[in-house]
Design a protein around this ligand. Structure first.
Ligand SMILES: Cc1cc2nc3c(=O)[nH]c(=O)nc-3n(C[C@H](O)[C@H](O)[C@H](O)COP(=O)(O)OP(=O)(O)OC[C@H]3O[C@@H](n4cnc5c(N)ncnc54)[C@H](O)[C@@H]3O)c2cc1C
Length: 325
């Protein structure tokens, strides 16, 4: 009989499920419904035994819990062992990861072990007729590929924020899954967690990013203030990061992070193809640039041709006035 189940890999941080877990649950639910199968989640971490309630609200039927100190922090080999143990138990048609750093590190190893069809960082995964098709931006977002996954098992990582978690409540069952943890070759020495005020770029709904046109790190307070007013995470172009104005963790683009927020505000960023590669799947793009011919306006939904030093304070003021209402 052909396979019908979807296995989602539900990431946790500090014992809490990450947003991507609910996104993959929602994507998985749609496919499992079409196939007449169930959605099973494998949850790894420490102190994660209570994950079933929250996942059940988003369409997960069964939760396999891998709990213990070896899983307290993401470690790709350990996570891959847990996912492979879950695959052996569930025999899914599809394994869905969130395309976070951890997901992008673990998913190809799992796909290789399974001999599965694999698509990384998909912006959609759906049925087209009988085919399971993943949508994937290529050539830094200039082309969109649709990849039909015809192998018996498929592994797909889904770009964070492209699926809106939907309610599909059910009472998910929960059971512990025994996993033999492989000898660890890479050990995490330190985790630099975002401060309470920092919002993780890949999970943010709103991002304000700055480019070289801001002229120097001393002007960043203007951008940070506008981001703060909008409740936004802040990003940067590579030119800014290369110049040492901002840390690499803020870089958006081909060699930085890929983001898909609801709103992306590009301030004094020209819109080089390598920058667009990281943000062109944002739902609404606003560009602020003093050059009306800057390429960023080619992907923007709204554009302000103007001096960022004049526009940013107004943006912050208006956002504060509006959001206070
Ligand atoms: C292999 C490779 C990988 C790369 N990866 C990345 C990546 O991941 N991310 C990335 O961003 N880039 C990446 N780049 C670099 C990319 O090609 C561009 O050089 C970079 O994005 C330019 O950054 P920028 O737009 O901030 O600077 P610039 O191209 O210098 O643009 C500055 C913009 O600011 C505007 N401006 C100036 N003053 C003002 C003002 N007062 N008010 C408003 N606007 C103003 C200008 O009109 C201009 O459009 C990569 C390049 C290569 C070759």
């Amino acid at each position: 009989m052909s396979r019908t189940h979807v296995l989602i890999v539900a990431e946790t941080r500090g014992g809490q499920l990450k947003k991507g877990a609910f996104e993959t649950a929602t994507a998985g639910r749609r496919l499992a419904d079409a196939w007449g199968g169930k959605v099973v989640a494998v949850v790894t971490g420490q102190g994660v035994a209570g994950a079933a309630d929250a996942l059940g609200k988003h369409g997960v039927d069964q939760v396999l819990v891998v709990d213990g100190p070896a899983f307290a922090r993401h470690q790709a080999e350990a996570t891959a062992a847990a996912v492979l143990a879950a695959v052996a138990k569930v025999s899914p048609r599809l394994v869905l990861f969130s395309a976070t750093l951890a997901g992008k590190e673990t998913a190809p190893a799992v796909a290789a072990k399974l001999g599965a069809g694999y698509v990384a960082d998909a912006t959609a995964v759906a049925l087209e007729g009988a085919d399971l098709v993943a949508t994937k931006p290529r050539l830094a977002g200039k082309a969109i590929a649709k990849v039909a996954l015809k192998a018996e098992v498929a592994v797909v990582s889904v770009r964070p924020n492209v699926v809106t978690p939907a309610a599909a409540p059910r009472a998910a069952t929960s059971e512990a899954l025994a996993v033999t943890v492989p000898a660890v070759r890479i050990r995490c020495k330190e985790v630099v967690a975002p401060t309470a005020k920092e919002i993780e770029l890949t999970e943010a709904d709103v991002i304000v990013s700055g480019g070289r046109g801001l002229q120097g790190p001393e002007h960043w307070k203007l951008l940070l203030d506008a981001a703060d007013a909008l409740g936004a995470a802040h990003g940067a172009s590579r030119a800014v990061v290369d110049a040492g104005w901002r840390p690499h963790k803020e870089q958006v683009g081909q060699t930085g992070k890929t983001v898909s927020p609801k709103l992306y505000v590009a301030v004094a960023i020209s819109g080089a193809i390598q920058h667009l590669a990281g943000m062109s799947s944002s739902k609404v793009i606003v560009a602020i640039n003093k050059d009306g011919d800057a390429p960023i306006f080619g992907v923007a939904d709204f554009g302000i041709v103007g001096d960022a030093f004049a526009v940013l304070p107004l943006l912050a003021e208006e956002a504060r006035a509006y959001l206070k209402k």
